[in-house]
Design a protein around this ligand. Structure first.
Ligand code: SF4
Ligand code: SF4
Length: 354
């Protein structure tokens, strides 16, 4: 059974988060994972343009200072996206991170986009998976001595849940690795819902969408399943196919997550932020309403346990299986089950409230 430390935000506000991150770091003894003169990668999502749900730099500023006191070389990191946006290439990505306050001036640590300018900075890592015998993991994560994974829990248009497993899986993969995970997603147009607004055409990187008979039409030969059109359509006119495309995506995510951490036993630390939880993830270029009040911050050494605990806390607060209700075709249990099956972590945990 894995340990998950939890600090509640009930009855308080977000001004206490930085303090709580330090408390959790101390309770979980994350300091012991740091290597003097070694590299510490802090995996975080800097937030797409116009998004407001991402983890705020001020929440981790004192914690980064504390990490640096150990004498390790710390950097913030993420990888470039499959879809067009402000994090599509390293140059724009760095500028976007800077705009959201993730600058060396503000935080005292640099940002390194781990897959490099052309997303070719990766190594094939062998894994004992069902879908993959090897996965592509970015080198700057692989070469780091310690990995700190900071995840903002959200729902997700393809995987139901976006938290630690998803952060590892997509966030530590180059673009080609992300594409391999998405390969089973086959978007379909619901003709009666299409308003022919053209937005999905604009955002499809593969130019796979055109108009046919006055509605959007997807060329399956060109489509590589990134899901951007599903996320973009405001009229619920595109969805992934009914044949359970989310399940293989989630299983592949768990396998990529395993590839990112399997050589770092005891050197990967997770924080999940249950703050401003939204239906869709921080890749969305829009401000989203929260689906419930802030719950708190969690810490663990186990990505499956921390995601399971996050789900359970959300359920306890709302009195229902909120994410499954929001995304009935994307049952998040798949990523947790498969993660447990392949040895990524345990769904059983002990919650230690501090
Ligand atoms: S974004 Fe949606 S409504 Fe607009 S053209 Fe595409 S499918 Fe139709
Ligand atoms: S049609 Fe395919 S490639 Fe284009 S945005 Fe949709 S999922 Fe991505």
């Amino acid at each position: 059974m894995s340990k998950v430390w939890f600090s509640s935000l009930k009855g308080t506000d977000q001004s206490k988060i930085a303090e709580k991150v330090l408390m959790l770091h101390s309770a979980a003894q994350f300091q012991d994972t740091l290597v003097k003169n070694g590299y510490t990668a802090v995996k975080i999502h800097f937030g797409e343009k116009n998004n407001t749900g991402y983890i705020k730099p001020d929440w981790i500023k004192p914690w980064l200072k504390k990490i640096n006191e150990s004498g390790c070389k710390t950097f913030l990191t993420d990888t470039n996206t499959l879809y067009y946006g402000k994090r599509f290439n390293s140059v724009d990505h760095l500028l976007q991170a800077h705009k959201h306050g993730f600058s060396i001036d503000n935080l005292g640590v640099p940002v390194i986009i781990a897959d490099g300018l052309l997303s070719k900075n990766f190594t094939e890592v062998p894994i004992p998976g069902k879908h993959f015998k090897s996965v592509k993991i970015v080198n700057d994560v692989l070469h780091s001595n310690t990995l700190m994974v900071l995840s903002h829990m959200t729902g997700h248009v393809l995987s139901g849940l976006g938290a630690a497993i998803k952060n590892l899986a997509m966030g530590c993969a180059p673009r080609s690795g992300k594409q391999m995970q998405h390969a089973d997603i086959k978007p379909q147009v619901i003709i009666e819902n299409c308003q022919a607004c053209g937005l999905c055409l604009k955002y499809c990187l593969k130019e796979a969408i055109s108009f046919y008979d006055g509605v959007a039409w997807i060329d399956e030969e060109k489509c590589y399943g990134c899901g951007e059109c599903i996320a973009t359509c405001r009229f619920k006119a595109i969805r992934h196919s009914m044949d359970d495309a989310s399940a293989p995506l989630q299983e592949k995510m768990a396998e990529y997550a395993l590839g990112a951490v399997q050589d770092k036993k005891g050197k990967v630390c997770y924080f999940n932020f249950l703050t401003h939880i939204t239906q869709e993830c921080d890749c969305m270029s829009k401000a989203q309403d929260k689906i419930t009040e802030d719950i708190g911050i969690l810490a663990s050494y186990d990505p499956v346990a921390i995601d399971q605990a996050s789900i359970d806390l959300l359920k306890a607060q709302t009195g229902e299986d909120t994410l499954l209700k929001l995304w009935p075709d994307n049952d998040y249990n798949v990523q947790l089950n498969h993660g447990e099956k392949i040895g990524l972590g345990s769904r059983k945990y002990e919650l230690i409230e501090i």
